[in-house]
Design a protein around this ligand. Structure first.
Ligand SMILES: Nc1ncnc2c1ncn2[C@@H]1O[C@H](COP(=O)(O)OP(=O)(O)OP(=O)(O)O)[C@@H](O)[C@H]1O
Ligand SMILES: [Mg+2]
Length: 186
C-alpha cells in the first residue's frame, strides 16, 4: 500500500536548527523508496536548491527529486494544488523554510499535512522552538477549521558528529582499559 501525496512543512524560527538537513535526508530516503519528491525551498539562502545544483553538477542526482526555489508562499500552495490534480502518485512534498517568522508561514501551514520542527539540544533552540510552538497554537485560533490543521511535531536532532566523537571516545576508553587489563599481571 502506498502513502499517496504527503506535504511536510519543516520549520523552526531558530536558524541552524537542522531544517534543510532534515529536508535533504527525507528527500533522499523517499527517492531511494522510488517516490517522487518535490522540495519547495522558501529560504533566500537557497540551501536545498544549491544541494540539487551540486548533485546535478557531480552527475549524482536522482531524477525523482526536484527542488523549486520560491519566496512566494502562495506560489507554493498553487503548485501543491497542481500536484493534487495529477493522477494517483507517491509524492513527498517538503517545504523548507528560513529561520524566522513571517505571515507566509500561515499559508504554508494550511497547505501541509504535518509540520515538523527540528531542534538541536541547546538553550537557543529550546526558546525558539517554544516561540514556534506558540505561533502554531495561535494559528489554531486563527484558522477557520482548527481540527483540519496539520499536526505539529518537534524533532530533537541528536548531533550525529558529536555522537560519533563520544562513540570514538568510549571505544578508545574501552580499548585502553582492555589493554591495561591485559598488561596487569595476574
Ligand atoms: N543530525 C545532525 N547531526 C549533525 N549535524 C547536523 C545535523 N543536522 C544538521 N546539522 C548541521 O547543523 C548545521 C545547520 O543545519 P541546517 O543548515 O540544516 O539548519 P537550518 O535550520 O536549515 O538553518 P537555516 O535556518 O540557516 O536555514 C549544519 O552545519 C548541518 O550540517
Ligand atoms: Mg536551512
Amino acid at each position: 500500500m502506498g502513502y499517496g501525496i504527503r506535504v511536510v512543512l519543516v520549520m523552526n524560527r531558530k536558524g541552524g536548527s537542522g531544517k534543510s538537513t532534515l529536508c535533504r535526508a527525507l528527500a533522499s530516503a523517499a527517492a531511494v523508496r522510488g517516490e517522487t519528491v518535490t522540495i519547495f525551498d522558501t529560504d533566500a539562502s537557497k540551501s536545498c536548491l544549491k544541494w540539487m545544483q551540486a548533485g546535478q553538477a557531480a552527475g549524482n542526482w536522482s531524477p525523482l527529486v526536484e527542488v523549486i526555489h520560491t519566496l512566494d508562499a502562495h506560489r507554493v500552495a498553487e503548485a501543491i494544488g497542481q500536484i493534487y490534480e495529477q493522477p494517483d502518485q507517491e509524492h513527498l512534498i517538503l517545504i523548507d523554510t528560513f529561520g524566522g517568522g513571517s505571515e507566509a508561514q500561515d499559508v504554508l501551514a494550511v497547505a501541509a499535512h504535518r509540520i515538523i520542527c527540528p531542534m538541536m539540544l541547546s538553550r537557543g533552540d529550546l526558546s525558539e522552538t517554544l516561540e514556534t510552538a506558540n505561533w502554531y497554537l495561535k494559528l489554531r485560533g486563527r484558522v477557520e477549521k482548527p481540527g483540519e490543521l496539520a499536526g505539529f511535531s518537534v524533532l530533537l536532532i541528536i548531533d550525529a558528529v558529536w555522537g560519533l566523537r563520544q562513540g570514538n571516545r568510549r571505544q578508545h576508553w574501552c580499548n585502553s582499559s582492555l589493554k591495561r587489563h591485559r598488561e596487569t599481571p595476574e
